[in-house]
Design a protein around this ligand. Sequence first.
Ligand code: PFF
Length: 446
Amino acid sequence: MKSNDQWSSRFGFILASAGSAIGLGALWKFPYMAGTNGGGAFFLVFLLFTFAVGAPMLLAEFVVGRHSQQNAVSSYESISGNPKWKWLGYLGVTASFIILSFYSVIGGWVITYLLRSFSGSLTGLSNSRYAELFGEIIGSPSTSLLTQAAFLAITIAIVQFGVQKGIEKASRYMMPALFVLFIVLVARSLSLDGAMEGVAFFLQPDLTKLTAEGVLDALGQSFFALSVGISLMVTYSSYLDKSADLTGSVISVVSLNVFISFLAGLAIFPAVFAFGFEPSGGAGLIFTVLPAVFNQMAFGGLFFTIFMALLLFATLTSAFSLMEIIVSTVTRGKGNRKKVAWIAGFFVFLLGIPSALSFGTLADVSIFGRTIFDAMDFLASNVLMPVGALFISIFVSRKMKRDILSSEVMMSSKIGRVIFPIWYILIRYIVPAAIVIVLITSLLAY
Ligand code: PFF
């Protein structure tokens, strides 16, 4: 999309930013993080961070982008008049690169499950077989790399056609469909024998289960799930015209995202306990549990295929946004988008190879006690995103004038007027303090 293109409607912008936000973060990573960090306690802290830190950050990025009408890298420079601030934009692009490199690995797994469910080979298996099968799929280097490459190729092919055409049209139908299917899934999961134990695990916080690392994970999850901290939303909102209501968009995106995470937890944990899986099953949690739930439903095979297709779609809309920020930073509205997208995609793929292989061939390689995949995720979600968010919050609240901020936030919006004073305190004091405290505490606990 050229830098002077605008979203065709406010709704188009909400769909695209919600499309970026809602993806594997809520559907895959949230249940797995909650499962490894004590369930309810993690959910509680995640909610706290989402409302007090993630949501204000989203509004902050929207304000920067809409005010400057430029991409992430140029925004900070043009607003502050100081070229040094460019680094904050570059940090975002670097983080996007890293995120896309491991995001595409999971995207590849989704493709594999979609193809397998389509062929009918995932129905009627025993619960333990689903776990084994997952191990076989992720452990196979050829399957992992091929599907990762396929996922990236689809992402690039669609990004070539520009943001609006690719994203806006399709998400109008796919997102509501995903909601509906999720609700069916939650209903089935809740009606399994023993489901209530899972509900209690997910919704009754046991704060004794929370560690410093769990709190950092919750902070990282709140950023990852909202796509904030890496200036991606700066670029997205730079395409917005001056009449759009930023606060309303933040409320829509955050509530959709929290609701989807909640549904994901309610679909997964009851089934985990009913079937005797481990809640701390890690990255494979949804891939082992969900097929087992669908297996208990009439037409489960068909529903599972549809579900995987919708999950793939949600994953792709997030991947587009990551690719888009890379491409728009390199091309700056000029240049050959197509060529840049394919070259960038190639490097993303190369960077992603060790992550893809870290579930098989490279499983024994460890970086700071983590597999390569986990280390990449940790670096992006728990280091780069919080550090990026810290500096964006400082930039917005210290380098931009209060009256500019208030006019951006309040513009044509009643809710904006109510929110602004609260947001200003959050972004100026609470957000930076929370990030610094969480980062330092987890460093000390390390
Ligand atoms: N928010 C996306 C998800 O939850 O799947 C992942 C993501 C997309 C993170 C874009 C960061 C980002 F800039």
